[in-house]
Design a binder for this molecule. Sequence first.
Ligand SMILES: CSC[C@H]1O[C@H](OP(=O)(O)O)[C@H](O)[C@@H]1O
Length: 360
Amino acid sequence: MNLQNRMASDVATLQWVGGTNGYLQMIDQTLLPMEFREIECHDVETVWEAIKKLRVRGAPAIGIAAAYGVVIALQTGTGSERPDFDQRLTEAATYLAESRPTAVNLFWALDRLQNLAASLPTLSNAEMHARLLDEARRIEQEDLEMCHKIGEVGAELLSKGDGVLTHCNAGGLATSGGGTALAVFFEAARQGKEIHVYADETRPLLQGARLTTWELMRRSIPVTLITDSMAGWVMQEQKIQAVVTGADRIAANGDSANKIGTYSVALLASLHDIPFYIAAPSSTFDLSLTSGSQIPIEERLPEEITHGFGTQTAPVGVDVYNPAFDVTPAKYISGIITERGLIQPVTTEEVARVLSIDQD
Ligand SMILES: CSC[C@H]1O[C@H](OP(=O)(O)O)[C@H](O)[C@@H]1O
């Protein structure tokens, strides 16, 4: 099987249809697992809304969607001169960058397209548009390859029969299809390691209950759903031999932002002397930040907590705090699994060394 078939989840998180005047098709993840529906994005506003509402979500997937969103934005607009085109590119990137603040892959992808255009100022609008579509497709393909390698690097850390805990969803749905934390589980299972996954439900939007269990069950990987508050107890009961989660932005010293609740899981793992790993591609690192204190943390609407999935569970008007992410200090991270190898110990020097390793 080729890489695309082997590592991609058996459903395409995202799919570009057609040429430069095509459109982006994506699974609406807000409906899973009860309904499988794909939506078509024919304008940049639809892409922006899909990112904002987590119809497409997960750091790498958000970056890929934004890259295709730029291509869609350039299908319309005034001016036939290249400066007009470049202005529209800048406007589209600025607009998409406002959709969500934490996942650095969004900004990394938008910068990559803008830098490409800046490096090719003499191309016609049509030629530049085609190159931008090629670059978006390259970002998606590179992510698939990175997921595959993350799976291989991470699977080596797991032993036959391990219980492994994960938080939120860092699966094919959060990426080009290969997953990051779940790529480790997919590969370990493929190698016959017979792991058992414990999935935190991950309030308030339940990415673990809705998405991680769905992905693992589709691949016949044993998974047990637990509430977020049970993570410590299953560790105490010695059901867990390792923890692997994803990440949305990793600072130069290895401090990692991930779904809210990850920090608590890392502290619990440390207390129980259980290795806690982050799995993430190099596109999730933000080396411009010296530490995690500089990572912007998205705050989302109170209704996600008080009216989750249509049921009101708190008095109207109650004060609500709803940060979507938290930051785990590097000292609580046993290692960061990347496509370039394992970063361990998690230090600024080791981050720089591993990320500088040339890809084959
Ligand atoms: C492979 S990145 C997955 C990462 O993204 C999730 O956040 P969200 O569902 O809000 O996009 C969560 O932090 C996952 O670990």
